[in-house]
Structure formats: structure tokens, C-alpha cells
Write a protein of this length. Structure first.
Length: 76
């Protein structure tokens, strides 16, 4: 089952930039946009934009989806 998930989503993972992977990791660990902004030295608006773009790219509906994706690709 995990191998099927990896095959179906590998093209999405490859399309993520290094920064998006960094943000995805923090999202999966439960960081809010405000916490992301402080941690990455970016504005809160930029952090929110990253979060929205990543959710859209990976098709995440919930925090569980984000965590599942990050775990599958060994981001966390």
C-alpha cells in the first residue's frame, strides 16, 4: 500500500522545491504559519502562501494528509 502511494505521488514530490520541502516538514510537525515565519525568517504572508501552495500541490485536505505525505517520503 505504501509503495502504491509513493508511485502515485512521486511526481508531486519531485515537483516540490527545496524550500517547499522544508516548509512541508514544519507543517507536518504542526507548525502554524506564524511559527513558520519566525523559524524561516519570512513574513507570515509568505508562510501562509507556502502552506496554501503545498496543500494544493499535494492535494491535502487535512493535517493528517500533510503528515502522511511527509512520512511517506521520509521528510519527517
Amino acid at each position: 500500500q505504501e509503495n502504491n502511494f509513493l508511485r502515485r505521488h512521486q511526481h508531486i514530490y519531485i515537483s516540490l522545491t527545496a524550500r517547499e520541502k522544508e516548509v512541508l516538514k514544519l507543517m507536518a510537525l504542526g507548525y502554524s504559519a506564524q511559527e513558520l515565519a519566525a523559524r524561516l525568517y519570512i513574513s507570515e504572508a509568505t508562510a501562509s502562501t507556502h502552506r496554501r501552495n503545498i496543500k494544493s500541490k499535494i492535494g491535502a485536505q487535512s493535517n493528517y494528509d500533510i503528515t502522511q505525505f511527509a512520512q511517506a517520503f521520509n521528510i519527517i
